[in-house]
Design a protein around this ligand. Structure first.
Ligand code: MN
Length: 726
């Protein structure tokens, strides 16, 4: 970065390009601007800063007659907003627009003048921010939904408009004190309901957190004060425990030779408050959790450290979330794990890289400045980048599917990210990813769900079973005579829709269930008629499924208690559309192999019906099976089609315990190579002083092939044990 000595002082020799022009010192308000200018000198070019100077001069003149509610000169506000923008390292145009954001609204300066003096981009930005100012407040709820919609529209046009608006709101919140109480409360409420969520959607945790804290302090001053006092006391009581755990973690990492930054995290007042309200938790229960963050150099080390932490403290079942493999919709990436610490204290650890940490704090703004920290000059190209990023945020859930198998690997119950969709009136709804129009209909009203016959999404007809995407506008079509369809149970993801549909189906008369079940089964049987299947065959299946008669089986199908495809396959084996697939019996339902046990041909396998992501094929002796949902119909018997598998390779997980010595890993890989296999992935962990655990994924044809690999590996000197990952 260029040395910028003359940043806030006049040039002594006239050669310093960063020195301000003389006219700027004429302003009585230069002293407010000087600090911002210094900040700009740290990352903008001298030319850029000259343009910003001009913007300051215009704003200063235009607002000269105005005062803030506090009595200070008005220019303090645009300077503060521009400072927040500069702290995010946004481009010169954004800083200029921030300085000028109130001139069109409040002064005699017009759009054309802005464009003539500062260019089209700055005019567009100022106009965008001004438009967001003019919001109607006839009905509060309506206005809020409309605000949110406008914001999202503006955001997809030029993200900088929203960043300036957020900065504007942040400074207004910092200086709320000077306003009347009713006005203060209205602004605070809007901040909590509209602005903080947007900052969150954009992943700008720094701004989100500040808006939430200020918002709560203004809206619920009493509650805020009481909680704050309680938190301060609790923190000093916890100090010793926090430090002990911190030291233990640091020691562990140090002994593993891993460079890391480890910090204790303190929960914010607003997030504590919200947890208390939402989960009806006691203050003590929330404060009881000890939270830490580990920041590392690269992604591989993150997973390694995860292993180290699980080795150090006992992990809580289901307490792991992999937001690295599957980022949150706002781009947030990190590993989260819940552990049981010394004396049973609950510990939460976040593990992430430096870049992820920056992204978490500054979100889209970090992405922006990160792109520009290279040699690339500030340009509209970076704006395009950010827009693409926004688009990718919206596409994110759909693409996340491919990483889902990874989640299986570390047996999680990862909470899916939410999508947000609109009613035709522009009201916004949050739904879990994968939600269908039926979920949406039930979220609006159970009657809408019960009578829905179709959906129009963005004005086009849309299948009721297809997952919705963020930003779509959804209109539910109903008919008074329509009733819920049992088949919806296979596509809905919200518990509300599921339970409403079940409730309805349970209320049906048996005869109706039999009819529905028969229709579902017939559909799945494709070409074969249920009547054409021999009575002996039907009896055999009824016996196998422990059903007294066909009708009770059909009722179970209708109520969603058993998978239709499972019954269809038993009734008419071979009538499945799955030729060319290594696994038989899936009935054409898409499947993946479970990463926890990585089954290969020769293993006894079983398919688990994972909610919303097809079938996951497990080894029958996989430990994770015990923890999975045991409800009837959740498992499907499957097998291998050896004619197909013989030509394919499958991944299998091996764990090798060895005594570490020079060259042993290369001998290991050599042995695997000789056995005709290939290493797909490898990582290592320390078991104790002398033993290293090598975690391998290798490609093999089947069990015999794997056995050959194991024999070869075992013959390597100093290998102590080898066994399959379960
Ligand atoms: Mn403003």
């Amino acid at each position: 970065m260029t040395e910028a000595a003359g940043c806030t002082t006049p040039a002594s020799d006239g050669n310093d390009p960063y020195a301000p022009a003389a006219d700027i010192f004429a302003s009585a308000n230069f002293r407010y601007y000087a600090r911002l200018r210094e900040l700009l000198c740290s990352y903008l070019t001298a030319d850029n800063i000259n343009s910003v100077d001009q913007a300051f001069l215009l704003a200063d003149t235009a607002h000269a007659a105005q005062k803030r509610a506090s009595g200070e000169p008005y220019i303090i506000h645009p300077i503060a907003v521009a400072t927040i923008i500069a702290q995010m390292h946004l481009d010169a145009e954004s800083v200029m627009a921030a300085l000028l954001h109130d001139v069109v609204e409040d002064t005699a300066v017009g759009d054309e003048e802005l464009e003539r003096r500062f260019g089209y981009q700055v005019r567009e930005l100022v106009e965008g921010v001004t438009k967001l100012e003019k919001l109607a407040y006839h009905d509060y709820r309506e206005a809020q939904a409309e605000n949110l919609r406008k914001m999202i529209l503006a955001m997809t046009k030029d993200i900088r408009v929203i960043l300036i608006k957020l900065a504007d709101r942040t400074h207004n919140m910092r200086t709320l004190g000077a306003l009347r109480t009713d006005k203060r409360k209205r602004i605070a409420q809007e901040t909590l309901e509209v602005f903080a969520p947007i900052a969150n959607r954009l992943g700008i945790a720094d701004i989100k957190t500040e808006l939430e804290e200020l918002g709560m302090a203004a809206l619920y001053p009493m509650r805020y004060r009481v909680l704050k006092a309680a938190v301060t006391t609790a923190r000093s009581n916890r100090k010793e425990v926090v430090n002990n755990i911190l030291e233990t973690i640091k020691e562990k990492l140090k002994s593993a030779g891993i460079a890391a930054k480890v910090i204790g995290r303190e929960k914010r007042i607003y997030s504590i408050y919200r947890k208390m309200v939402r989960n009806e938790l006691q203050f003590r229960e929330i404060m009881d959790v000890y939270a830490f963050r580990i920041i590392l150099a690269d992604v591989d080390t993150c997973y390694r450290v995860l292993g180290q932490m699980h080795n150090l403290f006992k992990p809580r079942p289901g307490g792991f979330k992999d937001y690295i493999a599957i980022p949150k919709i706002n781009g947030y990436q990190s590993l989260h794990t819940s552990l049981i610490g010394p004396h049973g204290v609950p510990i939460e650890i976040q593990i992430r890289t430096q870049l992820m940490d920056q992204m978490a704090a500054r979100g889209i703004a970090a992405h922006w400045s990160y792109k520009e920290s290279g040699s690339e000059p500030v340009s509209s190209a970076s704006q395009k980048n950010a827009q693409q990023w926004i688009k990718s945020l919206i596409d994110l859930q759909s693409s996340a599917g491919s990483s889902l198998e990874f989640v299986e690997d570390v047996k999680t119950d990862l909470f899916p990210d939410n999508i947000f969709v609109f009613t035709p009136e522009g009201k916004i709804y949050d739904l879990p990813a994968g939600a269908t129009p039926v979920d949406f209909a039930y979220a609006l009203h159970s009657d809408l769900g019960h009578h829905c016959i179709g959906a129009r999404v963005d004005h086009h007809m849309f299948p009721l079973s297809r997952p919705l995407e963020s930003g779509q506008s959804v209109e539910i079509l109903t008919s008074p005579s329509a009733v819920p369809n049992a088949i919806w149970l296979s596509s809905v993801v919200t518990s509300r829709a599921r339970s409403k549909i079940r409730q309805y189906l349970k209320g049906l008369r048996i005869q109706e269930c039999v009819m529905i079940g028969r229709r579902l089964l017939q559909n799945t049987l494709r070409g074969i008629h249920l009547e054409d299947i021999s009575a002996e065959q039907v009896d055999r299946v009824l016996h196998e499924l422990n059903k007294e008669d066909l009708n009770s089986l059909l009722v179970d199908i209708a109520l969603g208690n058993i998978l239709t495809v499972q019954v269809a396959r038993l009734l008419a084996p071979g009538n499945t559309q799955e030729t060319g697939q290594p696994v038989t019996g899936t009935g054409g339902v898409p499947y993946t192999f479970a990463m926890c046990c990585l089954p290969i041909p020769g293993d006894e396998i079983i398919a688990h019906v994972a909610q919303g992501r097809g079938l996951v094929i497990h080894n029958k002796n996989c430990r994770n099976l015990k923890e999975l949902d045991k409800t009837a119909g959740r498992f499907l018997e499957v097998g291998w089609d050896l004619a197909v598998t013989s030509t394919q390779e499958f991944k299998s997980g091996l764990i090798v315990e060895l005594e570490n010595r020079q060259g042993i890993v290369s001998e290991l890989s050599n042995a695997i190579d000789i056995a005709g296999s290939r290493i797909e992935s490898i990582n290592s962990d320390v078991k104790d002083d002398t033993t290293l655990l090598i975690n391998l994924v290798v490609s093999v044809h089947d069990r015999q092939h794997l056995a050959r690999v194991e024999r070869r590996v075992k013959s390597v000197p100093n290998v102590r044990r080898i066994y399959r990952r379960r």
